[in-house]
Write a protein that binds this ligand. Sequence first.
Ligand code: GAP
Length: 460
Amino acid sequence: MEKIIALAKRRGFVYPSSAIYGGLANSYDYGPLGAELLKNLRDVWWQYFVHRREDIVGLDTQILQRPEVWVASGHVSAFVDPVVEDKVTHKRYRADHLIEDWFEKNKQEKINAGNLSLEQMAELIKKHNIKSPDGNEVTDPKRFNLLFETSIGVVEGSKSIVYLRGETAQGIFINFKNVLDSTRVKLPFGIAQIGKAFRNEVTTGQFVFRTLEFEQMEIEYFFNPDNDWRQYYDELKDYYYKFLTKIIQLSEKKLRWRLHSDEERSHYSKMTEDLEFQFSFGFKELLGYAYRTDYDLSAHLKHSNVDLSYTDPETNKKFIPHVIEPSIGLNRLFLAVLENAYLQDSENDRVVLRLPFVIAPYKLAVFPLLANKPDLLAKARQIYQVVSQKYHCYWDDRGNIGKRYRYQDEIGTPYCVTVDFQSLQDNTVTVRDRDSMKQIRLSADKIISFIETENENSSK
Ligand code: GAP
């Protein structure tokens, strides 16, 4: 993890946020390469789920909504974490995480403390004399709401509280009727959204895994509850798994499904599974996959008095659709992608990010073999200008060629094109493959078609 954090900072993927003022816990900014990687992940996700499927449409809703949305959804009352406070430093910690860490460290036992009641957690903390990470006593656990509050209104006294959305899903539910009325969708169909969500997280130190502000990519897939829910559940689950393993190319060895127990499941769900990824700090949730039933639409119907039912065009039967929800954090996926791609290749004395072509920040780099030869520079520039019309392309004429290759390996650029003296004679260049380090020579006019052929099965 330290190596990945260092690489992310050194090469401009991720910076600690507000660093010049001492930093802000659980907040990160994304540098030029991080911004590209995030954008590519968003784009391939949208293309795979929204553009490639006839039955899923997109949506883009507000971060601030009427507070009633969060009352109806249950977040105001139930979106809580058990939190303890260090009696000396007054820093706050997740009680369940503190207990789990203590058991792992002292008993070499992996337990799931998320299922325990506040009283059970308090008992364990007392029994084992569990202290804060600073070694101080902690208070009894209390419920702490994760929703961030802010207020609308400029005149003192006339402000009203609103919440920053804790998940993007509610924007989908409250627009369900709008989508039905304004498009030609028919059940079963899904609505997808990518956007920021905010949670007042107290656990620190997990890099971009858990942050105050993050992006979610969520789908609500609506269907008629008279039909077998399992069929929709399994189809979308398989389709999603293919996205993560075939398009994003996460290693299957690092993925596993974990079924939530009754106690652990969220207030809205009838069945939830997490797809866990093996991060450097253990298997942790990457994707939440939940059968949310009609919980949300029914709750909004009840609180708003607006009819959110669906009428079957064939049978004229009216009902509230049920929903299956895959929800993934874009930033968590970003971290999984970095961990999955990172390779310390000691044999070749290099670090390489084996990012799939579709998400790599730069698809290729173009170099003149020597920077001080005007003929080579001009020829390389000319080639760069052509290929950069098609692909995001890196230009580099500094340092020696070996250093340039190492730099591109570290930022995950799949191909390096070098223009040398032979290029001036016969218009050929060398193309070096990042992973195999093999070089081939081909005509400069064939660079684009070569790359296209090599990657034709990916979903660029
Ligand atoms: N709409 C359902 C929902 O929000 P969740 O399991 O609370 O379910 C879904 O969140 C996904 O969002 C998680 O699997 C994770 O990838 C991401 N996520 C949740 N909290 C996060 C945080 N504080 N920082 C980064 N990602 C987060």
